[in-house]
Ligand binder design. Structure first.
Ligand code: ZN
Length: 267
């Protein structure tokens, strides 16, 4: 599992022990994404088993056009909500040209990735969210990856409305690692939602010099206040964040500058 260093946006690569590769979003920059993928994948590997487009915002999908041009993509997941965005159109055109299998998924759908690893879709439900201030964000695909003792919640850019729906849905939210929604911005990560997810670690993907003029420290403090355990050692990362499992089934993470920790031990 690697949260990729793509600047102000989101991209994560899941690589299972049997070599299944799933890319969740592609960040805002084709060059940043291909360079980050190049660090995670062998140079000869030019294929991805699955690409997930959580929602069609530029900071999540701009890199995906390049991925569809340069890699063989075997499958594609999205929420089925059309968008007027030009980059979205480019992605859809390439899916058609490349005869990529596209699947629209909703809450309740589950994908088995092998090795006992399951990717569960938690949101949106069968009815898309409408009439919120940010419908595109609130319809983001929310995914929970259950991998042995470790679990990861990918919240894309959902805001408070979608968080309330997730809480009300009764689906299991507790996860060891939370990819914090909407780059840590104040409209997401309500106290109730963070309490339900109860993560040991929270990852905020944000550009070092982001256009919103808010420093990483501010984002981190907001989350730090709300995730009150194990998060006192908030750490600024430069480069991709990766998670691995060792021979003794310990789950640990490591950053390029040597910071790391155990997510959970063997059962
Ligand atoms: Zn975003």
């Amino acid at each position: 599992m690697a949260f990729l260093d793509v600047g102000q946006g989101d991209a994560a690569l899941v690589t299972t022990p049997h070599g299944q590769q799933v890319l969740v979003d592609g960040g805002p920059s084709p060059s940043a994404l291909t360079s980050a993928l190049g660090q995670q994948m062998p140079f000869w590997d030019r294929s991805l088993d699955l690409v997930v487009m959580t929602h069609p915002d530029a900071d999540h999908i701009t890199g995906l056009v390049e991925v569809l041009d340069r890699y063989r993509v075997d499958g594609w997941l999205d929420n089925g909500r059309p968008d007027a965005d030009a980059v979205y159109d480019q992605c859809m055109a390439r899916l058609e040209e490349g005869a990529v299998t596209r699947q629209v998924v909703r809450a309740g759908d589950r994908l088995e990735l092998g090795s006992g690893i399951v990717l569960e879709v938690l949101h949106p439900g069968s009815e898309l969210v409408a009439a919120t201030d940010a419908d595109a964000n609130n319809n983001s695909l929310v995914l929970r990856l259950a991998w042995g003792q470790a679990s990861f919640l990918f919240t894309a850019d959902i805001e408070a409305e979608a968080e309330h729906l997730l809480l009300a849905s009764g689906q299991p939210l507790p996860s060891g690692v939370l990819k914090v929604a909407h780059h840590g911005s104040a409209g997401s990560s309500s106290a109730e939602f963070l309490a339900a997810v109860d993560p040991a670690y929270a990852v905020i993907s944000v550009g070092a010099d982001n256009r919103f003029g808010v420093g990483e420290d501010t984002y981190r403090k907001q989350i730090n206040v709300r995730v009150d355990h194990n998060f006192s050692d908030a750490h600024r990362l430069h480069g991709s964040w990766s998670w691995e499992r060792d021979d003794a089934d310990n789950n640990f993470f490591q950053t390029p500058d040597g910071y790391g920790g155990i997510i959970s031990g063997s059962p």
